[in-house]
Design a binder for this molecule. Structure first.
Ligand code: MSP
Length: 529
């Protein structure tokens, strides 16, 4: 339409909201990091992004942790929630909002979705919510109900969930959600949207779980108080997962479905979750949303879990990895790089000192750091610290530049698949090609024999490094930003729209003195403090 400005494309992505029973650890840092990298990528690619994270503050687990700390639940959650905000700042996350489930707007939204579900009928024409009595097993650690058949016997007659959490027998009046009536609708939904659950192995697990039959879900509790009261029956509080999942719509303005953010961002493009909580996001949440006559999110990606030097991370083993310590030891962008490079996203991964040091030294310090340092110091010394004027390009020059120009299209695909490790591998193919090019062109030898050719080679390198640094901004915002500073790229000229020849570095631009961006990790001398 003549005169109309096209609206930017929207992208809404969420992390799980974190239980505030404990301090943040590497697992929490990981989920939010993956979302941060994706959010930054989409923003640089011209999207209007809304990136949400926050804390899950109700339920028995948090109530018990507050009791153990000798605090009222509200005072306790205020304190622990702040640790997660501090982590977000410390890790340089670019979240647009931080939601807390104890906020009044969220209580209102949770009660509204409950009412909306209660007002509708299931696909089989029955009430979606009904009052009954729950008698079964519950794991406080997982905040999840388990069937007898799923449990394992442990010492002292105790029973354990497949996650390893101890279960207890619960018998109480409870409202139920008529999940059993939603089986066919859900299966049809998964068939119609093959990309809804990723990776594919996880999708298959969910489909087979739903195909094997669903039982109704207990969605209220009466034996403790720390939760959102059920509308019209305050003796019950909502099952914490009903309230927790609702955070994704509270944050964009629900129950006001006409609010600008709700209209703009819902349904979310992506809920990023760990594999342990996929069922809640891919089975219960879509059923709740359909029952409340709301649109279902577009996709759920379940990532794997980290172990520490081969062992499961747990407080009792004393091997919890504190992200604050990790960053102090290895550097922020180094940790951000490692976590997304080491493991194919979706698989489990093992953290070890040796592997992070190898990645830092061989890929960041050697491959990328040396490339930038070599090219920039040659420009500094031999071209009077100005971007050189290129002459006619050779086939080799064009080949390298074309690889750099091709980065964005390849990365868009990897990002839409949440294949962060592949995105980095794609960038490193160009880093390695550029290092091969430097070795082969040997610009240091051209200084005397063919200065015009040297200028062209250094120009091609500067342009290639500009592309590499620009697409690395989502992963390592600070280090990539410093590389772009050193290439004289102004802060407002770093979006993906300026990739390619249109945004080329201008010959003659004066460059600052080059400084190494990625120091090698050197082991402290034995016996040193
Ligand atoms: N409060 C719920 C989520 C509600 S979302 C509506 C919850 N919180 S959690 O704090 O226990 O976990 C948050 C996320 O951290 C989960 O996605 C979980 O998979 C992730 N991780 C916890 N430990 C982890 C590792 N060791 N490794 C990777 N991620 C792990 O669940």
């Amino acid at each position: 339409m003549a005169g109309s400005t096209p609206q930017p494309r929207r992208y809404y992505l969420t992390t799980p909201i974190y239980y505030v029973n404990d301090s943040p650890h590497i697992g929490h840092a990981y989920t939010t990091l993956a979302c941060d990298v994706l959010a930054r990528f989409k923003r640089l690619d011209g999207y209007d992004v809304f990136f949400l994270t926050g804390t899950d503050e109700h339920g028995q687990k948090v109530e018990k942790a507050a009791q153990a700390a000798g605090l009222e639940p509200q005072a306790f959650t205020d304190k622990v929630s702040q640790n997660f905000r501090d982590l977000a700042k410390f890790m340089n996350y670019s979240n647009d909002q931080f939601i807390r489930t104890t906020e009044p707007r969220h209580i209102e939204a949770s009660q509204a979705i409950w009412r909306a579900m209660a007002a509708t009928k299931s696909p089989k024409g029955r009430d979606n919510i009904y009052l009954g009595k729950y008698a079964g097993w519950y794991a406080v650690r997982d905040e999840a109900f388990y069937g007898e058949g799923e449990l394992k016997d442990g010492p002292g007659g105790k029973k354990f969930a497949p996650s390893g959490a101890e279960v207890e027998w619960v018998e109480e009046p409870s409202y139920f959600f008529r999940l059993s009536d939603w089986q066919e609708t859900l299966l049809e939904f998964y068939r119609a949207q093959p990309d809804f659950i990723a990776p594919e192995t996880r999708r298959n697990e969910v489909v087979s779980f739903v195909s094997s039959g669903l039982t109704d879900l207990s969605i209220s509790r009466t034996t403790f108080k720390w939760g959102v009261p059920v509308p019209g029956d305050p003796a019950h509080i909502m099952y914490v997962w009903v309230d927790a999942l609702t955070n994704y719509i509270t944050a964009v303005g629900y129950p006001d479905e006409n609010s600008p953010n709700f209209k703009k961002y819902w349904p979310a493009n992506l809920h990023m979750v760990g594999k342990d909580i996929l069922r809640f996001h891919a089975v219960y949440w879509p059923a709740f949303l359909m029952a409340a006559k709301l649109a279902v999110q577009k996709r759920v990606f379940a990532h794997g879990w980290w172990t520490n030097e081969g062992q499961k991370i747990s407080k009792s083993l004393g091997n919890v990895i504190d992200p604050f310590d990790l960053v102090k030891r290895y550097g922020l962008d180094q940790v951000r790089y490692f976590l997304l490079r080491e493991v194919p996203f979706g698989n489990d991964g093992d953290f070890s000192h040796r592997t992070i040091v190898t990645r830092i030294n061989s890929e960041l310090a050697n491959d990328l750091g040396n490339l930038a340092q070599r090219a920039l110091s040659m420009i500094n010394r031999n071209c009077a610290a100005k971007v050189p004027q290129p002459g006619t390009l050779s086939d080799e020059d064009t080949k390298l530049l074309d690889q750099a120009y091709g980065l964005l299209a390849a990365l868009r695909v990897t990002f839409d698949n949440q294949a962060f490790h592949e995105a980095l591998e794609t960038v490193w193919r160009v880093v390695r090609a550029a290092n091969g090019y430097v070795d082969h062109q040997a610009p240091w030898g051209l200084r005397k024999t063919d200065p015009a050719r040297m200028a062209t080679v250094l120009y091609v390198l500067a342009e290639t490094i500009r592309h590499i640094a620009t697409v690395l901004q989502p992963f390592m915002p600070d280090a990539a930003g410093r590389m772009l500073d050193q290439l004289g790229v102004p802060a407002d000229k770093r979006s993906f729209a300026l990739l390619g020849p249109a945004g080329a570095v201008a010959p003659g631009t004066t460059l600052p003195a080059p400084q190494g961006v990625f120091p090698r990790y050197v082991e402290a001398a034995e016996g040193a403090a």
